[in-house]
Design a protein around this ligand. Structure first.
Ligand SMILES: [Zn+2]
Ligand SMILES: [Zn+2]
Length: 470
């Protein structure tokens, strides 16, 4: 009878302590599990592995199962993103939209087979003590059969609990892992990336080493510019020295980021991609966080000029597909290609993820340009290095090519609509804008010694000439 009681006790011990029955439970000193380090706004760090979230707090599990709580807002910006990503990941696997999500759920029925087995042994004992004593209790065969059944039912119980957990999935799981940890991406073939830029040579030139593919350009595209802008800062396009060590750089060996850097809250400073005509593509949001395209800052080609009179796109230059066919229209600064509105094989574009791309049929990730926000890059799928001198949201990826301004930055001209932009000679342009019913003009040119002359004529017909040496 003592043996029987012992067996029943063992059963209830297992039933009352979930973590003994499941792998991947708690973390113990020296057991080989690594605790994550969480950085706080205050600069302090806390060790612990994400367990669950409730309201605005995350709960970390430390050694010996100790749980500590941290307000999400107390975390560093980077770790707030990590926390949100983990919460989203868990919610993705849970039927509830509620943030109060525990990663593992228990079912009251998972130990039913074990319970029934013990119940039958007890029943046999009480109904026929003689049978129990001779054929189970004192028989090797009986005891081993019972032990075998006991182990089998524990296995069934555990596997049932797994089934119970996964059966709560309500949304289809994306078959593309959003954050693959160890994925070897083949190095970009230099001949293939070069062929995407070849149609725009010799206005641009390309070269490469083991690490980067370099694009040199003078920052002036082979299409007209400026026409269509209704929100104008009075900047105009001039050439830029994107060459030599100041060329645009695309890494040849992309790797997936653990957490793709969202362009909603990051990268509002430098380029996020470089178009195949050598023109940089900036975040869809300007440095005030506004959708440049929506507020009329962009011309009919998706571009405008920055404070250095540097022409760049904020929308996807889909018009480059006219020249480039099915080849990429740009390369993102993480090394992944940006295609136009079709797949590389000409098929209709597949569904895009939050980064604004997907894995192509060749197994490598690529982005697509579209006519809607975020237009080019929603988040940096690939790992990038951030310029330590910049802070989010106005941070930027390095290396970047830099602009070389020639004059002080100009201010917005309310109500001006750019109606015409014409080349004057080989080193100058005439920009025409309308304000109300009257026209204003910016006529500018530069000479071989880098002397820039700007003649500004306002809608009242008053002209001012400014000369700058670059
Ligand atoms: Zn801009
Ligand atoms: Zn695609």
């Amino acid at each position: 009878m003592k043996k029987l009681l012992y067996l029943i006790l063992v059963f209830f011990f297992f039933n009352s302590n979930d973590t003994f029955a499941h792998p991947g439970g708690h973390y113990h000193k020296g057991d080989g599990n690594v605790l994550n380090t969480w950085r706080l706004n205050s600069g302090k760090t806390i060790q612990g592995n994400f367990s669950f979230a409730k309201d605005n707090t995350i709960y970390l599990e430390q050694e010996e199962g100790k749980i500590v709580s941290i307000l999400i807002s107390d975390l560093s910006i980077q770790d707030q993103q990590l926390a949100k990503w983990k919460i989203n990941k868990i919610n993705h696997f849970n039927i509830s939209d509620n943030i109060n999500t525990f990663p593992e759920t228990s079912s009251p029925f998972k130990y039913l087979p074990l319970f029934l087995l013990c119940l039958s042994v007890i029943a046999i004992y009480f109904l026929n003590k003689h049978f129990f004593k001779n054929y189970i209790f004192n028989s090797r065969l009986g005891l081993s059969t019972f032990s075998f059944l006991f182990v089998v039912t524990i296995i069934i119980a555990c596997s049932k609990s797994t089934t119970t957990t996964t059966s709560t999935i309500s949304t289809p799981i994306n078959t593309t892992p959003s954050n693959p940890v160890v994925v070897v991406i083949p190095k970009t073939n230099t001949a293939s990336i070069d062929s995407a830029f070849s149609a725009f040579k010799p206005a641009i030139s390309t070269t490469w080493d083991d690490t980067y593919f370099y694009i040199a350009s003078n920052g002036i595209p082979n299409h007209n510019m400026m026409i269509g802008i209704t929100s104008w800062q009075q900047q105009v396009p001039i050439t830029q020295p994107y060459n030599g060590t100041n060329s645009w750089s695309i890494p040849l060996q992309p790797t997936y980021a653990t957490i793709p850097l969202s362009t909603k809250t990051n990268l509002m400073k430098g380029a996020v991609a470089v178009a195949v005509n050598g023109i940089p593509i900036f975040n869809a949001l300007n440095n005030r966080g506004e959708d440049s395209y929506k507020i009329g800052e962009l011309d009919n080609w998706g571009g405008h000029c920055g404070r250095g009179d540097d022409y760049h796109y904020h929308a996807a230059p889909l018009h480059l597909s006219t020249t480039n066919g099915l080849k990429p229209i740009a390369y993102a600064v993480d090394g992944f290609a940006v295609y136009g509105s079709k797949e590389p094989d000409g098929a209709v574009m597949n569904v895009l993820d939050t980064c604004h791309g997907h894995i192509g049929t060749n197994g490598t990730y690529h982005y697509h340009g579209t006519t809607d926000y975020p237009y080019v890059v929603g988040a940096m799928k690939g790992k990038v290095t951030l310029d330590p001198a910049t802070t989010a949201p106005e941070n930027q990826v390095i290396p970047q090519a830099f602009t070389k301004p020639v004059r002080p930055a100009t201010s917005p001209l309310t109500g001006a609509v750019i109606t015409d932009f014409t080349a004057v000679g080989s080193n100058g342009y005439l920009l025409t804008y309308k304000r109300g019913t009257k026209n204003g003009y910016v006529k500018y040119s530069w000479d071989a010694s880098n002397k820039y002359t700007f003649i500004l004529t306002d809608t009242a017909g008053v002209s001012v000439t400014n000369v700058y040496q670059r």
